[in-house]
Design a protein around this ligand. Structure first.
Ligand code: 5AD
Ligand code: SF4
Length: 466
């Protein structure tokens, strides 16, 4: 077992961007406590899983992983389960995976430093287990003195935690506690800190990011978006996830007004049927959702729209499912994340009969995916011939292609003259020459687009192909 001299940890993250960012904060906390991060379980004294319980499959993955490595316990390694499964299952984790030493839910991370100290002093084994689980009462956000930024091009900032919406299928209000916003002052301070670190892209995070309520009552969500986008050096600002009920027209107006706000909105609809939406307790009708889409469509900028959809919610009829299909056509999503309904512990929908057989859910899912694939292909074709700005995110050496990301959050793989080195996280102009359902292809036109003033330059007079 690693002694205090060399405290090592391995951390694997499952689930959403909130979890990815929580892990950055957990890593920061561990580094400050004198731990060293390692890349394999073999090298680690402490093995941590930051878990997701949004669907049953995600939860099973965690227990499979714990099972795979339980033999390492004999080598004196300690195991910790963090995140949503930890919060949901609590002490039951020790029954399912007796080799676990630490269980800490996402609402209790601020207690992590003390728990780590305790963990070092206890012997591994039954009776010495540590549990950090908050109920929904906490008013505190998880803010750390030091956050390990693991994404080299995108800096994440949590602006609101938890959820009070209680959609009938969703476990989040039970795993992440009640809704609580950070002050606009502390959000802006973190944005400036990220700018100082050299980040030019920021993503504001929250389960319902647009339900943001400044505790100091200084700013609305749209005003906060504007303020973050105006931080010196900021070139791209994203936000996710938005809830349709709280999606105001002012958000579209501010995207239209400020070029550094990305032209993309993720607006999960879940179903195209008002009856199903009501059963899901989503707090809006199909028409109300479409009204918000109309605001986005009427923007001056070409804003891409993406969504989340669930098929096979209890009681969903074939006709209601077809309403979801027709909604896809009506909105014209750029892409969609689609899921089969999965019953979750504690949720109101558990009381409903999950009578739609899995094969039927799978059939609906396949139909939905096929319809969306066609729409995505069509939506991507419209970019053919355009010159668009991309942030350089990496290179696929095998294919000799650079990997870029457009403001609309599309992957744009592009070629550049041989031998040319592009800086990671720099901005380039790329001509789109190919389009696929899930990505675009293109050729580099010019580099050195550093500031938001320059981002409007569309001319290709510096083209390398000239
Ligand atoms: N079953 C299936 N999908 C779910 N989601 C959330 N809960 C469930 C569930 N119980 C989906 C929703 C949500 C996305 C993050 O996961 O579409 O927007
Ligand atoms: Fe879950 Fe609904 Fe809250 Fe989103 S708004 S986290 S789907 S309960």
């Amino acid at each position: 077992m690693s002694g205090t001299a060399d405290k090592t940890f391995y951390l694997e993250t499952f689930g959403c961007q909130m979890n990815v960012h929580d892990s950055e904060k957990v890593i920061g906390t561990l580094l400050q406590q004198g731990y060293r991060q390692v890349q394999t379980v073999d090298e680690a004294g402490l093995i941590l899983y930051n878990t997701c319980s949004i669907r049953d499959k995600a939860e099973q993955k965690v227990f499979n992983r714990l099972n795979d490595y339980k033999k390492l316990r004999k080598q004196g390694k300690k195991f910790g389960v963090l995140g949503c499964v930890a919060q949901q299952e609590g002490d039951r984790i020790f029954e399912k995976a007796p080799h676990v030493d630490l269980v800490c839910g996402s609402a209790s991370y601020r207690n992590l430093p003390q728990m780590l100290v305790q963990l070092e002093t206890v012997q591994t084994g039954a009776g010495n287990r540590l549990t950090g689980l908050d109920d929904r009462q906490t008013d505190l956000c998880f803010e750390t003195e030091y956050t390990a930024r693991t994404n080299p091009h995108r800096g994440y900032i949590t602006i609101i935690e938890g959820c009070d919406k209680f959609c009938a299928y969703c476990v989040v209000p039970f795993t992440r506690g009640k809704e609580r916003s950070r002050t606009s002052g502390s959000v802006l301070a973190e944005a400036r800190q990220l700018a100082d670190l050299g980040y030019t892209e920021i993503q504001l995070l929250g389960q319902n990011v647009n339900s943001y309520r400044d505790p100091d009552e200084k700013m609305t969500f749209a005003e906060l978006l504007a303020a973050v986008a105006e931080v010196r050096g900021m070139h791209r600002v994203r936000f996710t996830t938005s809830h349709p009920r709280d999606f105001g027209r002012d958000i579209v107006d501010v995207i239209d007004a400020i070029p550094a706000l990305c032209d993309h909105v993720h607006l999960p609809v879940q179903s195209g049927s008002t009856r199903v939406l009501d059963a899901m307790q989503r707090l809006y009708t199909r028409d109300e959702y479409l009204e918000r889409i109309a605001w986005i469509h009427s923007a001056k900028r070409d804003i891409s729209i993406t969504t989340d959809l669930i098929v096979g919610f209890p009681g969903e009829t074939e006709r209601e499912f077809e309403q979801t299909l027709s909604l896809l056509d009506e909105v014209g999503y750029d892409s969609a994340f689609t899921f089969k309904y999965s019953p979750r512990p504690n949720t109101p929908a558990l009381k409903l009969d999950d009578a739609i057989p899995d094969e039927e859910k799978a059939r609906r899912l396949a139909l939905l995916n096929e319809r969306q694939r066609q729409i995505s292909a069509r939506r991507n074709r419209r970019h053919l011939g355009e010159i668009v700005e991309a942030m350089v995110e990496g290179k696929n050496e095998a294919r000799g292609q650079w990997i870029g990301r457009t403001s609309q959050i599309k992957v744009l793989n592009f070629t550049a003259p041989e031998g040319m080195q592009l800086k990671a996280a720099s901005y380039v102009q790329v001509q789109v020459t190919n389009s696929f359902p899930n990505s675009l292809g293109g050729e580099l036109k010019s580099t050195n687009i550093e500031s938001s003033e320059q981002r409007v330059i569309q001319s290709s007079n510096q083209s390398f192909n000239d």
